[in-house]
Design a protein around this ligand. Structure first.
Ligand code: ADP
Ligand code: SF4
Ligand code: MG
Length: 367
């Protein structure tokens, strides 16, 4: 998380609302975050929480749609929401690019992989087709496609899923954009290929010094890739901060739910997997108060009807600067250590209970 006055990317109070015949779908509802070059932000949340809408808005893909967009998307100080369509088209691919979960639908089936790379390069560079082809082959080699000088003439369907994803990454990075958005880039791949693709992204990030936003529902991916993590629920950030804080001492029950429901975050093989009960809410008519309250097992720990009636603000957590959470619980650490961790990681629960013991005593001591 940045303390520099002008971050590379600064998203401020971004709202993306869709008017529909049934009412307004608040897909993104007041999102703020910063990201520096060479760093990775993981945006995590269940399906329908507004991750893709938020990130495609950064790319300007909402333009020409019915979406009502407000806030600021400052890239090196320039508000992308205010630039002309032509300027945004120029920046897309050059300053900001995106790789998608499903390369087969993002790539054109009737053009060779090479032709698509050549086009992506020539849109932004005044070079011959031959020079662009050389660049395309270089990029295919860089992302680990074997025999790139031959495979460059293949069509997307001739590539395996993992190779197509590599080719998408090559296309996303061919103009060396400062910001790369990867929307569930490994969800469709098997675990081994997923690990290879994540390694590749990290290598390329070091080489190109790109800022990366990686969107995922998998906290394992976040643990491996992200410097900061933003947990989204119902179009809003519910927890945000450095990955090491959020994964070790999360303070928001929805994040606990995500941690409890995925296998790869904890190394403890005896850990239980506990799915979050119920379904994510409709963004047309989200629940009042805390949007997570109908699914939250900790509502009774908050006095009165607060969870059902008052939406919590996004405020600093107990770990100080940079860790924000949106929840009314006053003693989240204790609840996490005593109730959540024993279920999912008993060894870590003992450690955390010890760490918390001194100040738990302080707080509860009437003296
Ligand atoms: N063009 C649109 N019109 C109306 N609602 C939309 C539109 N695009 C997305 N949504 C809604 O916005 C919400 C968030 O979608 P999305 O960002 O795709 O979620 P995620 O990527 O987290 O799975 C969903 O409820 C989706 O139905
Ligand atoms: S505010 Fe209440 S309902 Fe929401 S996460 Fe916290 S305890 Fe659960
Ligand atoms: Mg999505």
């Amino acid at each position: 998380m940045s303390t520099v006055s002008t971050p590379f990317l600064s998203v401020r109070d971004l709202k993306v609302h869709f008017p529909t015949p049934d009412g307004i779908v608040k897909a993104t509802d007041g999102l703020s975050f910063d990201l520096e070059k060479g760093k990775t932000l993981g945006i995590v949340g269940e399906s329908g929480s507004g991750k893709s809408v938020s990130s495609s808005t950064i790319l300007g893909l909402h333009r020409g749609s019915r979406a009502i967009v407000s806030g600021e998307i400052l890239l090196e100080g320039v508000d992308l929401l205010q630039v002309s369509d032509e300027d945004m088209r120029r920046r897309r691919g050059l300053d900001v690019s995106m790789i998608f979960q499903d390369p087969l639908s993002a790539m054109h089936p009737y053009y060779t992989v090479g032709n698509q790379l050549v086009e992506a390069y020539r849109v932004h560079n005044n070079v011959s087709k031959k020079a662009a082809r050389t660049r395309a082959i270089e990029m295919l080699e860089r992302v680990g496609i074997p025999q790139p000088d031959r495979r460059v003439d293949d069509y997307p369907h001739q590539f395996s899923g993992g190779m197509r994803q590599r080719a998408m990454i090559a296309m996303g990075l061919i103009n060396n954009p400062g910001l790369l958005i990867a929307d569930e880039p490994t969800t469709a791949l098997d675990v081994t290929v997923q690990a290879q693709i994540l390694d590749l992204l990290q290598d390329l990030q070091r080489e190109f010094d790109s800022a990366i936003i990686i969107i995922t529902h998998d906290l394992g991916v976040v643990a491996e890739m992200a410097d900061d993590v933003l947990v989204m629920y119902a179009g809003k950030a519910v927890e945000y901060g450095p990955t090491k804080d959020i994964l070790v001492r999360p303070e928001m029950p929805y994040t606990w739910g995500l941690l409890s429901s995925v296998p790869d975050v904890t190394a403890d093989t005896s850990a239980k997997l506990i799915p979050i009960p119920g379904n994510p809410p409709s963004l047309l008519n989200p629940p009042p108060g805390c949007a997570f309250h109908p699914r939250c097992p900790h509502v009774s720990k908050v006095p009165g009807d607060l969870c059902r009636t008052v939406q919590p603000d996004l405020v600093p957590g107990r770990q100080g600067l940079g860790h924000l959470k949106r929840c009314h619980l006053t003693d989240p650490d204790e609840v996490y250590a005593l109730e959540v961790l024993p279920e999912i990681d008993p060894a870590r629960a003992d450690e955390l209970a010890h760490e918390l013991a001194p100040y738990a005593t302080d707080e509860k001591d009437p003296q």
